[in-house]
Design a protein around this ligand. Structure first.
Ligand code: NAD
Length: 255
């Protein structure tokens, strides 16, 4: 399988390094808006070379985006209309209902698939399965240090309580996790979000609570930062690598 990667920052680098070691991946094409970054990363890998996105789309089977909302808007349609599969890391871009539905329509018409890794949150598998019978309520409680939420506070403070649609408007940096959870479950308007700033915490934690016909779900992850970028949770990179492993594997584990 041939893979194209857009964005060679923390996540793109982790994915490029991991897929370079996967026997199912034959060739990797790397692009970053900072071209030197992609070239330097390519020079360290066995199967990778630098190439512009438009040039590598026809050559690859799947494109992995780990860049920005701008990159998703610029390239997603181009990838899908050539019938190529696309993994989107910047899931927050799909908060725009019209844009998301358009991409789904393009993918459908050209026989392509859009994959969204579970990213920095846990419990997406349970939410997806539970939603088959209808979920009554989904709540995301995100707890971060005040500094990582751009505040200076000495006490635990609830900064936001409302639905996911409103949360992503007020806290765009939390948008990927809330977007993934909303799309897996009951949508942006019904998914509840609570954002807590706590000076005591050392980890970014995401707790998912849900109940419905299946019973109750409670999943919590305490994320360590990516060793290469303290602003990114390491689990996000690992979820992308696990998804690619799933795509190339004959054995499919989890929904
Ligand atoms: N789904 C999740 O849970 C989750 C978790 C963490 C990060 N993310 C998202 O994944 C993306 C990558 O995260 P990261 O931690 O690797 O970020 P990063 O800042 O370390 O790397 C992003 C890279 O993309 C490049 N880039 C930016 N715009 C580009 C464009 N238009 N075309 C090509 N390259 C471009 C940058 O130069 C940079 O090298 C971000 O958008 C982030 O919001 C998602």
């Amino acid at each position: 399988m041939k893979l194209g990667i857009i964005g060679c920052g923390a996540i793109g680098t982790d994915v490029a390094m991991a897929t370079d070691e996967m026997e199912e991946i034959d060739e990797i094409y790397l692009y970053d808006v900072v071209e030197e970054k992609a070239m330097e990363l390519a020079s360290k890998l066995k199967k990778a070379k630098f190439m512009h996105v438009e040039e590598f789309i026809p050559k690859v089977d799947i494109v992995f985006e780990a860049a920005s909302q701008k990159a998703v808007r610029e390239y997603a349609e181009k990838v899908l209309e050539q019938g190529k599969n696309l993994i989107i890391m910047t899931i927050g871009t799909l908060f725009d209902d019209e844009f998301r539905e358009h991409l789904i329509d393009v993918a459908k018409r050209h026989g392509a698939k859009i994959y969204l890794p579970s990213g920095a949150v846990a419990g997406i598998d349970g939410i997806k399965a539970a939603s088959m019978a209808g979920i009554d309520e989904v709540t995301l409680v995100t707890t971060k240090s005040p500094e990582s939420l751009g505040r200076h506070l000495s006490r635990r403070t609830i900064l936001f309580e409302g639905n996911a649609r409103e949360a992503v408007k007020q806290f765009p940096k939390n948008i990927n996790v809330a977007a993934c959870l909303s799309l897996a479950g009951i949508g942006f308007d019904r998914t509840k979000v609570k954002i807590v700033a706590d000076p005591v915490v050392k980890f970014n934690s995401h707790k998912v609570l849900a109940h419905g016909k299946f019973g109750r779900l409670r999943a919590e992850v305490e994320n360590l930062p990516n060793p290469n970028n303290p602003k990114s949770s390491y689990l996000a990179s690992l979820s992308a690598i696990a998804l690619i492993k799933k795509i190339v594997s004959p054995l499919q584990i989890g929904v």
